[in-house]
Design a protein around this ligand. Structure first.
Ligand code: SAH
Ligand code: SF4
Length: 353
């Protein structure tokens, strides 16, 4: 086990590298293609799985290469069945990942960065800044880890763990495509959701993609001054421009973005705040997800009372804006990060997508 992390990750080899390697080991050319399929399409994480390769060849490979899969540092299991993992990559950096089963579905929430540079006031991840961005492989490895732990097929992935996916656009896109690949994990594009704090150039690029990936936007306030305070990292991407970019997105794609709105007592749950949210959404294609803020120990920001959340949902609905109240999953497992648990949410009283 230890060895596999110190040897070079065979998955870092390109198709050409694999051809060269196969020749060097005296194997016919078609073995390189088989190897490539196992690594890049079937997402193998051990040589043992590669059953159509001769055992001697697998042994030769295992002597030289390993799989730098992340190591599970901790796993917490909730009464509702969700599991939260702390996974460590080979450079010692670790991130959180959550697996959430519902009947015959398995949703996974992955991190796209260790830490985050955006500094949102209500977010535990943002408090310590960015450590580093993850590679696409590291994102996919989180999904593979959960799939293996549950021994189940993953049916959806949300990029809502630590980090800002659109600040790590290329790797996020590569991960989306790996997860979507028909001969790989084969997760439908609509079941792959990227959540952003509102990086407009990223939203524009996202709108240009051919695939029907789903977009979620963390809104949290439709009042510019409040949003600036809550989300200082996206100050320069004003609500006006965000609104325009989202209009362009819906026109281009015909798809409906969802808006995340974590309700904070006395901050974004007042009458003018509610009215501003209605104005932002009314007449546009969108779906609002309301949630009570997750309490972060030591933070002055507190969750709104449930009655306020329900009142906002009623007001939105009255104005023709679809809104769902979401409940935290895994509420009984360690909320130290204060961040991941709320992402694994299901419609109140329902089973969730
Ligand atoms: N950076 C991306 C994705 C990761 S954060 C983004 O901001 O969208 C995932 C979601 O968790 C976001 O909607 C974020 O605003 C929300 N979130 C962060 N801290 C929270 C908290 N304490 N309570 C409720 N939601 C929170
Ligand atoms: Fe980063 Fe998202 Fe947290 Fe903001 S809410 S600090 S963008 S992870």
């Amino acid at each position: 086990m230890q060895l596999s992390t110190t040897r070079r990750d065979i998955r870092s080899l390109s198709a050409d590298d694999l051809l060269e390697l196969t020749a060097k080991l005296g194997q016919p050319k078609f073995r390189a293609k088989q190897l490539d399929e196992w690594i890049h399409a079937k997402n193998a994480t051990s040589f043992d799985e590669m059953t159509n390769l001769p055992k001697a060849f697998r042994e030769q490979l295992a002597e030289r290469f390993g799989f730098a899969v992340p190591e599970e540092l901790t796993k917490q299991v909730s009464r509702d069945g969700s599991r939260k993992y702390l996974l460590q990559f080979k450079d010692g950096v670790s991130v959180e990942t959550v697996g959430m089963p519902t009947r015959n579905k398995l949703a996974v929430c992955i991190s796209t960065q260790a830490g985050c540079a955006m500094g949102c006031a209500f977010c535990a991840t943002g408090m310590n800044g960015l450590i580093r961005s993850l590679t696409a492989r590291e994102m996919v490895d989180q999904v593979l880890h959960v799939a293996a732990d549950f021994n189940e097929r993953v049916t959806s992935v949300v990029f809502m763990g630590q980090g800002e996916p659109l600040a790590n656009f290329d790797e996020t896109l590569a991960a989306l495509r790996m997860l979507n690949a028909p001969d790989g994990l084969n997760i439908g594009a609509r079941h792959l959701t990227v959540s952003t704090c509102g990086i407009i150039p990223g939203i524009k690029r996202f709108a240009e993609l051919d695939e029907q990936f789903t977009l979620a936007v963390s809104l949290h306030s439709a009042v510019q001054s409040t949003r600036n305070q809550l989300m200082p990292g996206v100050k320069k991407f004003t609500l006006l421009r965000l609104h325009e970019a989202l209009q362009a997105y819906t026109e281009k794609t015909g798809r409906r973005p969802s808006y995340e709105y974590a309700m904070i007592d006395g901050v974004n749950d007042t009458n003018p705040e509610m009215q501003a949210l209605i104005d932002f959404c009314q007449g546009t294609l969108c779906h609002v997800n309301l949630i009570q803020l997750n309490d972060i120990p030591g933070s002055p920001l507190k969750p709104s009372p449930l009655e306020k959340v329900e009142a906002l949902q009623r007001r939105l609905t009255m104005h023709g804006v679809e809104a769902t109240i979401r409940n935290s999953r895994g509420g009984d497992i360690d909320a130290a990060c204060g961040q991941l648990k709320q992402r694994f949410t299901v419609p109140k009283g329902g089973a969730g997508a």
